[in-house]
Design a protein around this ligand. Structure first.
Ligand SMILES: [Zn+2]
Length: 364
């Protein structure tokens, strides 16, 4: 049954709207699958040709009975203490798929004196809901603020579960979510399927800017950088010494570059590196991969980006075409990095044309 519902809710905008109808009628992730199925089709008054849909669905349901699905849509989020009163949920170093449900990202929370500060909300409504339950298992304090580090979907699509609390991001991140949020969500529905059920874009409600932020009795330092996207927020928790680096830093996983300005990103890494040399620094939490007490993941991210941009530039200068660039083997130091091959392919797709343009423009 879950497989059927997932298929239905995971195949496009009109079906996703039905997911929203479910959530606005108060049917949460804990509802039984059979109940959800019945409810969906009795409470969709605007659905055209509902009789046809029901008969199609019944046919699909009959088919699905023979293929039991193991997924229970439980991300099994475990709040890992990374410093005193600071916790992280560490995602897998994988690409989105229907097994991990998009749990490929690190999210975190700080238990401050007067409330909880959440840093990124994960890839889906379900993730946000489960994250909130996991936070409640650690502390009875209310969530005071959710911060989105940047506008990528694995970092903000859980916002919906925090719609009753302020959600904040840099201005350009808010603009990015407004412009691209729905397209990102559609893409994750395609890649993670059932896990995304009911997920809708919940945009941030407050704008952050660089500098000091006092919230829930905690003093944070916000450092506004860019390079991974047009706006990448780094959060320094001076009380614990934790630096939340967002996706400016990947550890043990090839970086994603769909909105990257590599030159800016490399500059941002220099600034992050300086943060790790401050006296109070204790721990770096990357956007993806394990936290560390040193700057090693910054060096690793820099090495990949430096190699990638040089490889694109050299290939363009040598007059290679895109297929030849795609066919090039990865250097040995990167070949075994998780998702290296797929991220390389994606990066070539959007970075190589720019490198070609640059090479052409540079010719006399
Ligand atoms: Zn990102």
């Amino acid at each position: 049954m879950k497989r059927l519902i997932g298929w239905l809710l995971g195949t496009g905008a009109s079906l996703r709207r039905r997911g929203r109808l479910l959530s606005t009628n108060g049917v949460g992730a804990g509802a039984g699958a059979g109940f959800e199925f019945k409810f969906k089709f009795t409470l969709t008054p605007f659905a055209p040709s509902s009789a046809q849909r029901v008969s199609k669905c019944l046919a699909l349901f009959a088919l699905s009975l023979g293929t039991a699905h193991a997924a229970d849509f439980d991300y099994r989020l475990t709040a890992r203490p990374i410093a005193e009163n600071v916790y992280a949920f560490i995602g897998k170093t994988e690409d989105f798929d229907t097994v991990n449900g998009g749990n490929i990202v690190n999210t975190a929370f700080i238990v401050a004196a007067q409330g909880v500060i959440v840093i990124d909300s994960g890839p889906s409504l379900r993730y946000g809901q489960q994250m909130r339950r996991a936070i409640a298992a650690i502390t009875a304090k209310p969530v005071a603020l959710v911060i989105n580090t940047h506008h990528h979907p694995d970092h903000f699509l859980g916002n919906q579960a925090f719609a009753d609390v302020p959600i904040a991001a840099l201005a350009e991140t808010r603009n990015g979510i407004a412009a691209d949020g729905n397209a990102f969500a559609e893409n994750l529905f395609r890649m993670s399927g059932d896990w995304m059920k009911g997920t809708e874009v919940q945009a941030p409600t407050q704008t952050l800017s660089a500098g000091r932020l006092d919230v829930a009795g905690r003093r944070l330092r916000l450092v506004a950088l860019d390079g991974h996207t047009g706006a990448d927020l780094v959060i320094v928790d001076e009380t614990s010494g934790v630096v939340f680096a967002g996706d400016l830093v990947f550890n043990g996983r090839a970086p994603t570059t769909p909105h990257a300005d590599v030159a800016h990103w490399l500059k941002a890494l220099d600034q992050l590196d300086a943060l790790t040399r401050e006296a109070g620094f204790k721990l770096l939490l990357p956007g993806h991969g394990a936290p560390t007490g040193d700057a090693a993941p910054i060096r690793q991210t820099r090495a990949w980006l430096s190699w990638l941009s040089a490889a694109m530039r050299d290939a363009a200068k040598a007059g290679l075409d895109m297929n030849e660039v795609l066919a090039r083997p990865l250097p040995p130091e990167f070949a075994s990095l998780p998702v290296a091959a797929s991220e390389y392919r994606r990066s070539v797709g959007h970075l190589f044309p720019a490198a070609e343009q640059e090479a052409l423009g540079a010719k006399p």
